[in-house]
Ligand binder design. Structure first.
Ligand SMILES: Cc1ncc(COP(=O)(O)O)c(C=O)c1O
Length: 351
């Protein structure tokens, strides 16, 4: 068991959190004259004059039931980006502590660390985008507080080896964050079940990908209650707005719809892989457990710019380690994917 209290920054451990007006009374019925809201209503009309539930109880109750966890294990954030930032702020002392990441990976881990003046130790994934476990373990210092593992990994798209993740969890006395933003597109259930085994594990998920709710900014951190209570203590009081909370609650009652969309995206992914592999300038389509494909091509810059001129926007990942000449394609609708392939064929004819 990792001693979470000992890992925390001293000022965070001692912090007396802001107590919002709605912390003191639970319930919707009453005359609310406590929060300096507008008692007359909102403009435009729509009952938006009241602050939202700071604890997002309705969402947490639904999620707890679905995931077989307690409310105390669930943090809801303004995107999982908020959880990334809060975890760094809770555990890492600016100018002293470090996080460890495995590039090429999601860019926000380092950005959030940089904003907070936290050092980032980079231990690249191997050339087949797997964890170099020995190097990771050998690079941990006494100031390393958090290790970020993105699985399935962005931008490579693949799941990372679970044995390596277990080894890191067993070895490391800090926080291990497994970012599962894309887990719905993979064949595994992910790491939530392991929360009972490792009290230093935090699993991040998001409504931005499989659920198709990127616009309303809601992400989740699952973890030990000692970690989650700290995130709740340091978040902005009303970090998830009421409109988003309502939509998420409705979405959670219709999970089957998400599963249908995920199936369609996976089937489109497989079709797109086949078509891309037939193009002469495509060298490798990397295996994907995600809703995107990393593709090594002959001349990524030229293809990227050609697509852009044709109003098809993809991500050029060529500057990232082990990703030279690589483009990342999000899986589109069938029509969008057909247009992508037709445009790539045009590129081949014109080049
Ligand atoms: C691996 C990974 N984690 C987290 C996020 C951010 O998710 P959210 O929209 O919940 O902030 C992204 C977004 O692209 C991502 O690729």
């Amino acid at each position: 068991m990792v001693d979470i209290q000992k890992l925390l920054r001293k000022n965070i451990l001692e912090l007396k959190p802001y107590s919002s007006a709605r912390d003191e009374y639970i319930g919707n019925i009453g005359i609310f004259l406590d929060a300096n809201e507008n008692s007359f209503g909102s403009i435009p009309e729509g009952k938006l004059n009241r602050y939202p539930d700071p604890h997002q109880r309705v969402i947490k109750e639904k999620l707890a039931e679905i995931r077989k966890l307690y409310l105390e294990n669930i943090f809801i954030g303004n995107g999982s980006d908020e959880a990334i930032d809060l975890l760094i702020r809770a555990f890492c002392e600016p100018g002293k502590d470090s996080i460890l990441i495995m590039p090429p990976t999601y860019g926000m881990y380092k950005v959030a660390a940089d904003i907070n003046n936290i050092k980032t130790i980079e231990v690249p994934l191997t050339s087949d985008f797997q964890i170099d476990t020995e190097k990771v373990i050998g690079s941990i210092t006494k100031f390393t507080k958090i290790i970020f593992i993105c699985s399935p990994n962005n931008p490579s798209g693949n799941l990372l080896n679970s044995k390596s993740i277990s080894s890191i969890l067993n070895f490391f006395n800090g926080i291990v964050i497994v970012d599962e933003a894309y887990i719905d597109f993979s064949k595994i259930d992910g790491w939530i079940d392991k929360l009972k085994v490792f009290n230093n594990l935090v699993v991040l998920q998001t409504f931005s990908k499989a659920w198709g709710l990127a616009n309303i900014r809601v992400g989740i951190a699952f973890g030990d209650e000692n970690i989650i209570s700290i995130l709740n203590k340091i978040k902005y009081p009303y970090n998830v707005n009421g409109v988003s909370q309502k939509i998420i609650a409705d979405a959670l009652s219709a999970e089957y719809q998400k599963n249908i969309i995920v199936k369609n995206i996976i089937s489109e992914r497989e079709i797109l892989i086949g078509k891309l592999q037939k193009l002469p300038f495509v060298e490798t389509v990397f295996p994907s457990d995600s809703n995107f494909l990393l593709v090594k091509v002959n001349n990524a810059n030229r293809i990227y710019n050609f697509l852009l001129r044709n109003k098809i926007i993809v991500r050029n990942r060529s500057n990232m380690i082990n990703c030279s000449e690589c483009l990342r394609f999000t899986i589109g609708t069938d029509i969008e994917n057909i247009t992508l392939i037709e445009t790539l064929k045009m590129y081949e004819e014109e080049k």
